[in-house]
Design a protein around this ligand. Structure first.
Ligand code: T5A
Length: 213
């Protein structure tokens, strides 16, 4: 049995991940791949409850250590309950965020040690790494404008611009250190151009994986 591939979407607030996710799912479907689509934090019944705690503004005093551990608690469950079993049967998996978000937000944003996050990745996330990661990159101000345009603000979106600048820098540094896995997409461009670049990147990956229409 062929093992499925694992694709993730990453980026700062309002980068357009939800918008792009649907396009990637459709592209995979056009090649005959019925991907499991999930999101982080969340993706399982327990994980979705953990998400509520993480994003609820009433928990504004949540410490950085608790935040990091809750992200990985949800991830540990998602990996074992859904992602690993799907990949093992040959199904592809598409996730809105994964461990790179913890390196960017809890590492870059909150200043949690990278070695500690890497250890959690090995242990709690069972060492699972995506095969392809699309990083939707855009200036922080632009992303926050888009995110704020939707109305409600969650606990993490309440952080200041400096926090999100550190998140962006951490994402870009990770992409630069793993060029074989990452494709950086300029998400500040009009949606049609963003989607065209996303389709090109994913099609190239599918061709390399020898997935035909
Ligand atoms: N988090 C998560 C951590 O801190 N650590 C972790 O380990 C993990 C996994 C929830 C939060 O948790 C944090 C990060 C987050 O703060 P989330 O649910 O992914 O993560 O929440 P957000 O990043 O807040 O997701 P958003 O919904 O804000 O952003 P999206 O999905 O990237 O953006 P989207 O598609 O909803 O688009 C936003 C708006 O912009 C428009 C869209 O129409 C929409 O209105 N838009 C564009 N407009 C113009 N041009 C374009 N190219 C556009 N693309 C989209």
């Amino acid at each position: 049995m062929t093992v499925g591939k694992f694709i993730t979407l990453e980026g700062g607030e309002g980068a357009g991940k939800s918008t792009v996710l649907a396009a990637v799912r459709d592209l995979l479907a056009a090649r005959g791949l019925d991907a499991l689509v999930t999101r982080e934090p969340g993706g399982t019944p327990a994980g979705e409850e953990i998400r509520e705690v993480l994003l609820d503004t009433t928990h504004h005093g949540l410490c950085a250590e608790a935040e990091l551990l809750l992200m990985f608690a949800a991830r540990a469950q998602l990996v074992r309950e859904r992602v690993r079993p799907a990949l093992a049967t040959g199904r592809w998996v598409l996730s809105d965020r994964f461990t790179d978000a913890s390196f960017a937000y809890q590492g870059g944003g909150r200043g949690q040690p990278v070695e500690r996050i890497a250890e959690l990745e090995r242990w709690a996330a069972d060492g699972l790494k995506p095969d392809l990661t699309l990083l939707l990159d855009l200036p922080v101000v632009e992303g926050l404008k888009r995110a704020n345009g939707r109305g409600s603000t969650d606990r993490i979106e309440m952080e200041n611009a400096d926090f999100f600048e550190r998140v962006r820098a951490a994402y870009r540094a990770r992409a630069a250190s793993e060029p074989a896995r990452f494709r950086v997409i300029d998400a500040s461009r009009p949606l049609a151009a963003v989607l065209a670049n996303v389709r090109r990147a994913v099609s190239g990956f599918l061709d390399a994986a020898r997935v035909r229409a």
